[in-house]
Design a protein around this ligand. Structure first.
Ligand code: ZN
Length: 439
């Protein structure tokens, strides 16, 4: 069901070419001006930053960025609920919060202007992902405190699309809408988009007009993208964002799929060596650090995202001049340390989806049995269509490949389709780390 991408590229107009195609030097001059203004504002309007910026040389341009202090997730947690504000509470127009599993959630606060920017950057994302004004776009991210649903919703409206606020869950209704309405695009977590695709396939039905999927809010891989594109018959692009910065819309791939375009005029991205904190050059992998240049309510200076990626600044074939980041390996927080070896769940996903027999439904179980050594078990479903003649031979082949890539051994089980529970709302749960749970 692969689509002809080249025929669709010309047809998706750039939403704000005055920023997205600005000459690189002009873009960087704008970033510099905004950075200087931001630091001045933070020093005046926020107690945490006033303290942190005391004695720091005030920046004159973008070149002075490396001398400025960092902001960490713990700063935001410690400042719960409103200690990161740079405006009075009465100026707020909305509050979102991230799904914190432990401790305080992370608050994202917005003024009216912040919400306009939130909508604009998400409109850019939709356009990047192929959606045109006048087309229908189904939002299958959750609505609520989570930024995904409302973020994309505002983006769709700002673009001039017709937004269908399906929210996540109720897959039967998602299918009905997609089957009966001429919906051009859907936004969802990649795992939920795959649930929808599987259901269509299982019921022998198909969407009426769907061509594009914009997926994100959980770590995934290009292998999973290929799986999803095939299953749903769409071109899928990767969207990146986080509550601490604004929500979705920080960056999105264009249809050329050569990295995620960062909305540079609003979000200043750097790649740092995670150990030494020194800036890395284009193409070098390190930690993504973001400064919000235009946020009013809750600006952050050099926020350590914990996400590992690379960055490029040369113009893209799509005509945009904004910098691009590579697919994210996952957060440093998501990394499992198993018998002293660092393992990213995305690396496991890459290996699994290299086997044509396997589907993208998998889970990773880490345990510490009484003997003391960590044990990792990976369970993955095979495709409904692929007949498995010798299951144990296949399991051995996959386990050997995983061992080669991850440098640790694991137990591998191939399960029948449907054996692993599907998550219909929120993010897929891939990792079950039972080492910290007693009993
Ligand atoms: Zn591009």
């Amino acid at each position: 069901m692969a689509k002809n991408v080249s025929s669709t590229i010309a047809a998706a107009p750039i939403f704000q070419p005055e920023y997205e195609t600005l000459e690189r030097h002009a873009l960087e001059a704008l970033q510099g001006e905004r950075l200087v203004a931001l630091v001045e504002r933070l020093r005046e309007a926020n107690a945490l930053y006033r303290e942190r910026l005391a004695g720091v040389q005030m920046p004159q341009s973008l070149a002075d960025l490396p001398g400025l202090p960092f902001t960490r997730k713990t700063d935001l947690r410690d400042a719960y609920p409103l200690g990161m504000l740079a405006v009075g509470e009465t100026s707020l127009a909305r509050i979102h919060a991230s799904s914190g599993t432990t401790g305080n959630p992370t608050i994202g606060a917005y003024t009216k202007r912040d919400l306009e920017i939130f909508a604009e950057v998400n409109a850019r994302s939709l356009a990047l992902g192929g959606i045109r004004p006048g087309e229908m776009f189904q939002v299958a991210w959750g609505y609520g405190l989570f930024t995904g649903g409302l973020g994309m919703h505002g983006g769709g409206e700002a673009l001039g699309a017709c937004v269908i606020p399906a929210s996540s869950g109720n897959t039967a209704r998602q299918l009905q809408l997609l089957e009966t309405l001429p919906i051009a695009g859907i936004g969802a977590t990649p795992s939920y988009a795959l649930v929808i695709a599987e259901r269509f396939r299982a019921e022998g039905r198909r969407p009426k007009a769907l061509r594009y999927a914009i997926c994100g809010a959980e770590a995934w891989t290009k292998e999973m993208r290929a799986e999803l594109e095939d299953a749903l018959g769409v071109v899928a692009t990767n969207i990146y964002g986080l509550t601490e910065i604004i929500g979705p819309g920080v960056a999105n791939e264009c249809l050329h799929k050569t990295g995620l375009h960062v909305q540079d005029d609003h979000f200043l991205a750097e790649i740092l060596d995670p150990e030494t904190q020194t800036p890395l050059g284009d193409g070098e992998r390190g930690e993504l650090v973001i400064t919000t240049l235009t946020r009013e309510a809750m600006p952050v200076l050099r926020y350590r995202t914990g996400d590992l990626t690379r960055m490029w600044r040369e113009p893209c074939a799509c005509g945009r001049t904004t910098s691009r980041i590579d697919w994210l390996t996952g957060r440093v927080d998501d990394m499992l340390v198993i018998r002293g070896v660092n393992v990213f769940p995305t690396a496991i996903e890459e290996v699994l989806l290299g086997f044509a027999e396997l589907s993208a439904n998998y889970r990773i179980i880490v345990d510490r049995p009484s003997a003391g050594l960590d044990a990792m078990t990976i369970e993955v479903e095979h495709h409904a269509a692929s007949a498995i003649d010798d299951r144990s031979a296949l399991e051995r082949r996959i386990a050997r490949k995983l061992n080669d890539v991850l440098l640790i051994s694991c137990e591998l089980r191939v399960l029948v389709p449907g054996a692993i529970e599907r998550i219909e709302a929120g993010k897929a749960k891939r990792v079950y780390d039972r080492r910290t749970v007693s009993g």
